[in-house]
Design a protein around this ligand. Structure first.
Ligand code: COA
Length: 187
């Protein structure tokens, strides 16, 4: 498999007025800003501000993102309003193999992150990103995939229930609920 950054700007999906493509190094500043606004809005009532800032600085540093883009076992997608690489990142997601493989369900991938800028939420972008990520997971041979959502993230939970995920409480990590979705395979 080719690393993500080799695919240029050819869109993986263009529906609904939003373009989805593989993340590129040039996306980093805009992606970092999208992560900051989404993280602060989502978790301000859940985590303390120092934790949020520490997490953003670590998980969204340029070096961490470059590593994530180049990890050929995963797929890192960004959504923007049009095909122009100068257009800012509105949303992003990353999927790949399970982060806690011990005892994971068989043939199970994972959604590591999915964030839509608050101003662009509820316009179908999350659903569209997930659809492209699911096509990639199915193409890799995964039959299902999991994700973690904070027990108090009501918006995230509402979205995941609507997208067809079910909770598997035995694999919860403290306040992080573990959810799984079966992928429809076309034979
Ligand atoms: C959760 C999130 C990714 C959803 O993305 P989105 O683009 O806003 O969602 P969509 O517009 O594709 O919504 C698809 C369906 O999910 C459900 N849904 C989405 N947001 C919802 C909300 N706030 N309340 C209730 N249902 C919601 C709806 O059924 C919606 O369909 P509808 O608008 O036709 O009724 C986005 O709100 C987000 O980034 N939240 C902050 C970060 C986060 O919680 N990430 C997930 C956990 S890591």
């Amino acid at each position: 498999m080719q690393p993500c950054h080799s695919a240029g700007m050819s869109p993986a999906s263009h529906e609904n007025g939003y373009w989805i493509s593989l993340a590129q190094p040039d996306d980093i500043p805009s992606l970092q800003e999208a992560a900051s606004v989404s993280w602060r809005a989502t978790y301000q009532a859940i985590f303390d501000p120092e934790f949020i800032e520490r997490f953003l600085a670590q998980a969204y540093s340029a070096a961490s993102l470059e590593r994530a883009f180049q990890d050929a076992r995963t797929h890192f997608l960004v959504a923007r309003i049009n095909a122009d690489p100068e257009a800012g990142v509105l949303a992003f997601c990353q999927v790949g193999p399970p982060s806690h493989p011990d005892g994971a369900p068989p043939a199970c991938g994972e959604l590591y992150r999915l964030y839509v800028r608050p101003a662009y939420q509820r316009r179908g972008i999350g659903r569209q990103l997930l659809g492209v990520a699911e096509d990639w997971l199915a193409g890799q041979g995964y039959l299902r995939y999991g994700c973690y959502v904070h027990a108090r993230n009501d918006r995230g939970k509402a979205f995941y229930w609507q997208m067809g995920f079910n909770r598997r409480p035995l694999r919860d990590l403290e306040d992080e609920w573990y959810l799984v979705k079966e992928l429809v395979t076309h034979t």
